[in-house]
Design a protein around this ligand. Structure first.
Ligand SMILES: O=C(O)CCC(=O)C(=O)O
Ligand SMILES: [Fe+2]
Length: 298
């Protein structure tokens, strides 16, 4: 049976935050080799935030929080200090095996839109490698063995561990170079698929400062610093990445990506990076996300 390591922990937290049904998460874990009892216990415990005592003891937390956890500082909108982004200047960025186009830069909040981050073949390959993992998330309730009445999930996801094989390692190297941040500070790639009506409600990618639930996350790698959302297909209608407070949206285009940065050198987090995935109106939407941390992750 696989270990409930930090990658699984991150996966569970992301899916819970996105409102995925417990059945789909348990099913996905069973598909990856966990037995039903372990998967159900972990998922159901995590869904009971009030029971802080026993949940904190749950086996998913494999890292002890260091004595002093760096606390990112929450600042009011407008008080975030915009220091220099690590992204290289210019209209094109050499990332070693490819030239990425810069399509748009915004300074407040810090958002950059890139073209040609992934080739169409690479996008297809990522989807091909993910599809069978997602298929395991069916609507059969593993607790009862019966088909659940479908309450439409708004997205389904899977993960690739950092550098898990040559293909992923090549992408990891390229993305680290583009984000200009150490590859070792990156979480694994998260893949999401949204069907019609699927959305990701506005949220922050950083762990909320001053909330006890952030401590186990911060203990491994520190705060999230920046995000790269890569679009793996063209969406017929809808599915933009929206920044509601900045009045901005990025339309998904196969091979393009949206970068945003929300953690500065002063340890502040930027509330203007509130963002989400708008509902898919026609077709489907596939993305691959990379989150970079302050320190080495994993
Ligand atoms: O679906 C999108 O465009 C946004 C995805 C997102 O916010 C994330 O993966 O953290
Ligand atoms: Fe996000």
């Amino acid at each position: 049976m696989p270990q409930l390591d930090t990658a699984w922990q991150a996966w569970l937290n992301e899916n819970i935050n996105r409102g995925c049904s417990p059945e789909s998460m348990i099913q996905a874990m069973m598909g990856a080799g966990f037995d039903q009892a372990s998967a159900s216990t972990v998922v159901l415990q995590l869904l009971q935030p009030k029971q802080v005592g026993p949940v904190v003891q749950a086996p998913v937390v494999i890292q002890q929080a260091p004595a002093v956890v760096e606390q990112p500082k929450a600042v009011a909108k407008g008080n975030y200090h915009y220091d220099t982004m690590p992204i290289a200047p210019g209209n094109r960025i050499d990332v070693g095996d490819r030239e990425v186009k810069v399509l748009m830069r915004c300074e407040r909040p810090q958002v950059v839109v890139f073209g040609d981050v992934l080739s169409h073949e690479e996008c297809d390959e990522i989807i091909r490698r993910s599809t069978h993992k997602l298929k395991r998330s069916t609507t059969v309730n593993p607790l009862t063995g019966k088909e659940d009445i479908i309450e439409r999930r708004t997205s389904e996801g899977t993960f690739f561990n950092r550098c898990e094989d040559d293909f992923i390692a090549k992408l990891d190297r390229r993305i680290a170079r583009l984000m200009n941040w150490p590859m070792e500070n990156g979480e694994g790639f998260q893949i999401l698929r949204y069907g019609i009506g699927g959305e990701y409600r506005p949220h922050f990618d950083y762990f909320p400062p001053n909330e006890s639930g952030s401590a186990p996350h911060l203990a491994n790698g520190g705060q999230r610093v920046s995000t790269l959302v890569m679009y793996l297909n063209d969406v017929e209608a809808g599915g933009e990445t929206i920044f509601p407070d900045a009045g901005m949206s990025v339309a998904p285009q196969k091979g393009s990506a949206a970068y945003f940065r929300y953690f500065n050198d002063r340890g502040q987090v930027d509330p203007m990076t509130l963002h989400g995935g708008a509902p898919v109106l026609a077709g489907e939407k596939w993305i691959m996300t990379k989150w970079m941390r302050q320190h080495r992750y994993g």
